[in-house]
Ligand binder design. Structure first.
Ligand code: ZN
Length: 172
């Protein structure tokens, strides 16, 4: 992603402020492990669980359809995954990319992994890949005011569509 990208300013998404404030208030627990334990996938915006991985909507997204893919096991880095986990993780990533293409038709997609302790990441020890759909003219679709409830409803809709597509893709 170049800094001249028109989506670059989305990195400063206003709703991320809520996240940062929440993070400052108290100890951050690992929400991936928490979501895996809980059986509230719609409320938690868990898109899909494969045998060894989980795909989750990012609650504080850089763009619409921003998802995280994590192994189910709480490990900080990709070197700690065994071969079965790595294969499952790759299959989950591929299915997610295909589903995002079908549901959201982005112009392009950013993916990235932060490894190690990342200041402000809020999640220091559970490996996850970011998958961020991008549009050249993204601002055109963004409301001037951000209503958290509306954003949640939109995310849930995307979550359910991605879940449907991913289950179709993986059942082939
Ligand atoms: Zn964890």
């Amino acid at each position: 992603m170049g800094t001249d990208s028109p989506n670059y300013k989305i990195l400063f998404s206003p709703w991320r402020l809520t996240y940062i404030r929440k993070g400052l208030r108290g100890r951050l627990e690992c929400f991936i492990c928490q979501y895996l334990r809980e059986n509230r996938d719609d409320e938690n915006l868990v898109v899909y669980r494969t045998e060894r991985s989980v795909i989750i909507m990012n609650r504080y997204p850089y763009s619409r359809g921003h998802v995280l893919i994590a192994p189910k096991r709480h490990v900080p880095s990709i070197e700690q995954l065994d071969d079965d986990e790595l294969l499952d993780y790759s299959v989950a990533l591929k299915a997610t990319l295909e589903a995002i293409e079908r549901v959201l038709s982005p112009d392009y997609v950013n993916t990235g992994i932060n490894i190690g302790r990342v200041a402000g990441a809020g999640l220091e020890e559970h490996l996850h890949i970011h998958v961020i759909p991008r549009w050249y003219d993204y601002d055109r679709y963004m409301p001037a005011e951000f209503d958290e409830e509306e954003i949640f409803r939109d995310m849930l809709e995307i979550c359910l569509s991605l879940r449907r597509e991913i289950s179709n893709i993986l059942r082939k």
